[in-house]
Write a protein that binds this ligand. Structure first.
Ligand code: SF4
Length: 253
């Protein structure tokens, strides 16, 4: 017992101060893209050619260069290949939005998620996690939110075992054919009003598996998604930031 107490004393308080204090994010994290359409050479399309998921909307035919974060894998290939610096990545992890179209970003940044209109979820919210063919990357980053470092439950947010005890779903993965009916049945088992959060690029658009015959391009076309959290996988702070915005515990841009 004394050893346990000594270890606790030595380790101190491990939970991060986010959202009251800014999180510590490594410089190498690829977060919100920085797009400079005025520096785009327009005709080269090197970024669009190298993108594995068709996430780049090239600056041609009078259109400005944009990236669809709902398809982006944050692999960084577009930034590496761009010879004019028109595409680069910041380490800003704030990426969650309420509308699918808000994930298409250009030179003016991103329109981050706003609070739910329904106040019912303000004080406590429970989610059932559905891994609908995910690779376990997004699932791990959700799971890590329940550890002492992030301590998700201090915000009244919990992951529960049964959809009947939950207020909504956290869906990961492209929703494979084998998981489609399980995902829809789990959604039906959640009492109304219910939420759907698509976590990760696969759940938003199918990601690297997009248009493959054995999946459904994510949850977006199957269910009414209330929050889109892009990333492959999203950083835990990206997920936490999105959930806190959804329930109104982060309001500023
Ligand atoms: S970082 Fe995103 S937009 Fe750029 S090449 Fe990779 S997947 Fe495509």
């Amino acid at each position: 017992m004394l050893k346990i107490l000594a270890a606790r004393f030595q380790q101190g308080f491990r939970t991060i101060g986010f959202p009251d204090k800014p999180p510590t994010i490594p410089d190498r994290l690829r977060g919100l893209p920085v797009i400079r359409p005025d520096q785009c050479r327009q005709s080269c399309q090197l970024c669009a050619d190298v993108c594995p998921t068709g996430a780049i909307i090239p600056g041609v035919n009078g259109q400005k260069l944009q990236i669809d974060l709902g398809r982006c894998l944050f692999c960084g290939a577009c930034a590496e290949v761009c010879q004019t610096g028109a595409v680069s990545f910041s380490n800003d992890p704030r990426l969650a939005v309420r509308q699918r179209e808000d994930l298409v970003v250009g030179g003016s940044g991103i329109k981050l998620a706003k609070e739910l209109d329904c106040k019912m979820f303000g004080r406590s919210i429970q989610f059932r996690q559905v891994s609908a063919g995910g690779c376990n990357g997004c699932e791990v980053d959700i799971n890590v939110l329940t550890t002492v470092v992030f301590d998700l439950s201090r915000f009244g947010i919990k992951i529960v075992a049964s959809p009947r005890h939950s207020d909504g779903l956290l869906i990961t993965g492209p929703v494979t054919s084998n998981m489609k009916s399980a995902t829809l049945d789990t959604y039906e088992a959640v009492p109304t009003p219910r939420l759907v959060v698509a976590v990760g690029t696969c759940a938003i658009s199918g990601g690297i598996f997009r248009d493959h015959a054995e999946q459904n391009n994510g949850a977006t076309e199957l269910l009414p998604v209330d929050l889109f959290i892009p990333g492959c996988p999203p950083h835990p702070i990206t997920i936490l930031d999105g959930l806190l915005r959804l329930i109104g515990k982060i309001k500023e841009p």
